[in-house]
Design a protein around this ligand. Structure first.
Ligand SMILES: [Zn+2]
Length: 409
């Protein structure tokens, strides 16, 4: 299974034909065909605003009678982003999730507890489809009710866990508190839907006794199943037979080359109901052309640094929460439960406070100054680090809220 440029070009031209025939938004702005893949870089982008402006079905490329499912993401303001699926789209989605789970060697003997939210969010149903396709025993707990999650992990003998990384950490804490780690059979876990670091990976792996895999997808492209880590854990393979990936300079939109960090732009090559051309994901990463030792034909993208939306500008410096997370987790005794609070007094400079929990049994007072020094030396930022006792910060069942911005900008 390799991806030849000839095949990809043919998929592109089929896609252009389909969207121009069925979607007025695309008909007005796209050519009827391209002669080479180099021409892709000249096509216009699709943005989140385009989804909002065409809400709910303006970008759908099939009659609604052929649509069998919709999912959506709410976002914080305005109209939701809607994505639709034909029966064929659901099959292809299941294939991509199967491929994701196979990265961890998941097979029909596995018991997978799926703690991604079921409902409008793509995570729950997406993982569910792929796991059923493999023939796993699926335990569809959805997110939340942590005590019951942990009880079921133990009682049903789950070997695989799927949820957001921040929720995996919540589960790990509960497992530790109840002292039942030795009774779990977890072997691997699939965590995505928010950026996370290798420090967080180690905490999750230690806490739950599993191998953690990073997975990637987004509502606009149909949810999880766009890219996934292999056992090398050196970047996520993009499923390039389904998705065309580019990284561009976020300012100029100019394409970047292998290894250069910028904004990920994705095109769905095979989706029928909600095809998307050159979607600006706002996710920061780089593509790597070097072959992976695992032998996959698909290029890799680096683990996400963050979303351009989440990037904080503090005293003129760009900062991603994940950069702070990385530093905090190098301090023995601190955890991945943290929050960044940015504030600005009248006419004053921005103040960044990091609130982070200590691990049980560690002395919070001793850890603060140590973390402040580490952040200053690594990121060049003067911050106040407040170390809190375990359990002080709110817990999330889905995506964690990492930034509290109190500035009036
Ligand atoms: Zn690989």
């Amino acid at each position: 299974m390799t991806v030849s440029s000839g095949e990809t070009l043919a998929l592109w031209n089929r896609l252009l034909d389909r969207v121009r025939t069925h979607v007025p938004f695309y008909r007005e702005r796209l050519p009827s065909s391209i002669a080479t893949l180099e021409e892709v870089a000249e096509l216009p982008f699709t943005t989140k605003e385009d989804f909002r402006d065409t809400y709910p079905f303006g970008l759908v490329a099939v009659p609604l009678a052929e649509v069998v499912r919709v999912h959506m993401s709410s976002g914080t303001t305005g109209r939701p982003v809607v994505t639709a699926y034909t029966r064929g789209d659901l099959e292809r989605w299941a294939e991509c999730i199967e491929r994701t789970l196979r990265m961890g060697g998941v097979g029909s003997d596995d018991v997978i507890q799926n703690a991604y939210g079921y409902g409008l969010f793509t995570g729950g149903f997406g993982l569910h489809l792929g796991a059923e396709r493999i023939g796993c025993l699926v335990v569809p707990t959805s997110s939340g009710v942590t005590q019951r999650q942990v009880m079921l992990l133990r009682d049903l003998g789950a070997t695989v866990l799927a949820c957001t990384p921040s929720y995996a950490l919540v589960l790990a804490e509960t497992v530790a508190r109840e002292g039942i780690q030795g009774e779990l059979r977890l072997r691997c876990g699939f965590f995505g839907a928010e950026p996370w670091t290798d420090g967080m990976r180690r905490q999750i792996e230690r806490g739950l006794g599993l191998e953690a895999f990073d997975i990637y997808g987004l509502t606009e492209l149909g949810g999880p199943g766009v890219a996934a880590e292999c056992g090398q854990h050196q970047g996520l393979h993009v499923f390039e037979d389904h998705f065309y990936a580019e990284v561009v300079d976020p300012e100029s939109g100019r394409p970047l080359t292998s290894g250069e960090e910028g904004e990920l732009v994705l095109t769905s090559l095979r989706r029928e109901a909600s095809p998307v051309v050159r979607y600006r994901t706002r996710d920061r990463t780089a593509l790597i052309d070097d072959p992976c030792p695992c032998g996959s034909p698909f290029r890799r993208m680096l683990r996400l640094r963050g979303r351009t939306d989440d990037m904080l500008v503090v005293r003129g410096e760009n900062l991603f929460p994940s950069q702070v997370e990385e530093v905090l987790l190098q301090v023995q005794g601190l955890t991945g439960n943290y929050q960044l609070v940015v504030d600005r007094g009248a006419g004053q400079l921005d103040r960044l406070e990091v609130r982070v929990e200590a691990a049980p049994g560690c002395d919070p007072a001793a850890l603060g100054p140590q973390a402040e020094t580490r952040v200053r030396e690594t990121l060049g930022l003067g911050v106040r680090v407040t170390v809190l006792p375990p359990g002080s910060l709110p817990r999330s069942e889905g995506k964690a809220r990492r930034v509290v911005d109190l500035r009036e900008l």
